[in-house]
Design a binder for this molecule. Structure first.
Ligand SMILES: [Zn+2]
Length: 509
């Protein structure tokens, strides 16, 4: 990791007035970002020794991160970034002098500018670390590996087709008269042979995701066996010729073969299908491979992460409010950077759709706490062996992991004893100033999709700043429901550019 060069890449503008910046900003620290010895300006909170013990810098690749106390964050000025071994008196006196200096002048516009520059610098650091680190980051090494054919009756992944980590739940058959039929696409790819035994063209009908994967596979087949093409023997089934739970009824499954119908190639064809990105590939018979994908609606959870409408949050007034009734401006229970529960204002709904039907992960912990959240949402998980809290995608939480449950005024680790999937209507994704939220007593992030609470929180910095500025002019304490249905325009803009700014291995797939 190019620690020194990364530290130098911070623009000079970031050196102004960092210490008087909004204490809510930048308190989540991404592990691979260059950070060094930290000497707190203030005494750490003895009430949270475990949370505070995470200030060590692990030499781990990009991934989840640790929580940092506000005091620690305050103690690190940009000048200290990358410097090692300064004396204890140094940073402390710098903190004091900087605070004194800031107290004597107007910091608002400078602070805003500094923060925007810091955000830009952070994104630059993300790219740098991605280029240096392992994985599929931009500029990362490409590894070649030998592809092994699947064996008869093998399926990849090695779980059932309807598991969350495979193609997910069945959402119900689609007929031509169904409104959902319009969401299906027709595949006219000339590199694919559609057997079309029915003569209706049904084999060409499929979901967008299935079409994407199939088209990728068609290219792989031509590369693997020049002169041959991919053949689809069965696609969307409107005649109910498959088993009752089949994904063929939803256009999410295809049965495939090579155009020469050579059975000796079928194991390798299955491997190519895995590589093409099908969510579940099954060497089902000697004459075809069955491949299926997640539903397009579950993939829309890739654009945001949400809770269900009947999930509740605790407001500052002591009321357990359903998310479907929560309003912008209310203060709800969240978790601050020190791991303490606080009340934080709801700034917006990143997504709020009362009718959308989605797949949720249900996480049940000892003591009865239960959270329903979309698979790509970040949930706080306590790593007992390392005494640290990490943010983990909900569908990667495992039974036996410890999530943080609010009990009698504090957060306590509770073991997860059951994880399941469920379909529910209505999606709600409130954003608090802290970037965290306690839902149904379980601590979670407000963010999804990006395997970095830090980057996600910083990416909403301009919006949070704008909210602060507007609050200066509008001091009414009115609470409101969002005017939009669906994803908020700001969140939508970020989701659009994320693929260009964030390394692929940091994104939920
Ligand atoms: Zn099939």
């Amino acid at each position: 990791m190019h620690r020194k060069s990364a530290a130098r890449s911070l623009p000079s503008a970031s050196r102004s007035c960092n210490l008087c910046s909004d204490s809510r900003m930048g308190r989540w620290r991404q592990t691979p970002v260059a950070r060094v010895v930290v000497v707190p300006c203030a005494t750490p909170d003895p009430a949270n020794p475990a949370m505070q013990s995470t200030a060590r810098l692990p030499a781990s690749p990009p991934g989840p991160y640790e929580m940092v106390t506000m005091e620690e964050e305050m103690s690190v000025s940009p000048l200290e970034e990358g410097s090692v071994g300064h004396s204890r008196a140094g940073p402390t006196s710098r903190c004091r002098s900087a605070r004194a200096a800031c107290a004597g002048r107007v910091c608002g516009p400078q602070r805003s500018r500094t923060m925007v520059w810091l955000m830009v610098a952070l994104l630059a650091l993300v790219q740098l670390t991605a280029g240096c680190g392992p994985g599929r980051g931009i500029g990362g090494p490409r590894r070649t590996r030998k592809l092994l054919p699947l064996v008869f009756k093998q399926h990849v992944p090695n779980v059932s087709e309807n598991s969350l980590s495979a193609s997910g739940m069945q959402e119900g058959p689609i007929s031509r008269n169904d409104s959902k039929f319009r969401s299906l696409e027709t595949n006219y790819n000339k590199d694919i042979i559609f057997k079309d035994e029915e003569g209706t063209g049904a084999d060409r009908v499929m979901t967008q995701r299935c079409k994407e994967k199939l088209n990728i596979l068609a290219v792989s087949v031509m590369n693997q066996w020049p002169g041959l093409r991919l053949m689809v023997t069965e696609g969307w089934d409107e005649d109910h010729m498959h088993a009752p739970e089949s994904l063929h009824y939803e256009g999410r499954a295809v049965d495939i073969m090579t155009s020469d119908k050579d059975r000796s190639k079928i194991g390798m064809l299955a491997r190519l299908a895995v590589e093409a990105g099908f969510d579940w590939v099954f060497y089902e018979s000697r004459s075809h491979i069955h491949c299926s994908v997640k539903s397009d609606s579950s993939q829309s959870s890739h654009t945001s992460g949400c809770f269900t409408g009947d999930s509740t949050v605790l407001t500052e007034a002591g009321v357990h409010r359903k998310l479907s009734e929560l309003r912008i401006g209310e203060r709800v229970q969240a978790v601050d950077a020190a791991g303490r529960t606080v009340f934080s204002e709801v700034l917006m709904f990143m997504d709020r759709d009362t009718h959308q039907r989605r797949e949720f992960v249900t996480i049940e912990a000892e003591g009865g706490a239960l959270l329903k959240v979309t698979p790509a949402h970040l949930v706080m998980v306590w790593r007992r062996e390392r005494s640290e809290t990490r943010f983990v995608f909900a569908d990667r939480v495992r039974e036996g992991d410890h999530i943080l449950v609010h009990v009698a005024g504090s957060l306590e680790p509770r073991a997860v004893h059951r994880i399941s999937a469920t379909l529910a209507e209505g999606v709600y994704a409130p954003l608090t100033g802290e970037g965290t939220i306690v839902v149904d007593s379980i601590a979670a992030s407000c963010y999804a999709l990006i395997d970095s609470q830090t980057v996600a929180h910083w990416s909403f910095l301009p919006y949070r700043l704008a909210e602060k500025v507007s609050a200066l002019f509008d001091r009414t304490d009115s609470l409101s429901l969002p005017r939009h249905e669906g994803i908020h325009w700001y969140a939508k803009s970020l989701y659009t550019i994320k693929d260009y700014l964030i390394p692929s291995n940091w994104l939920y797939h």
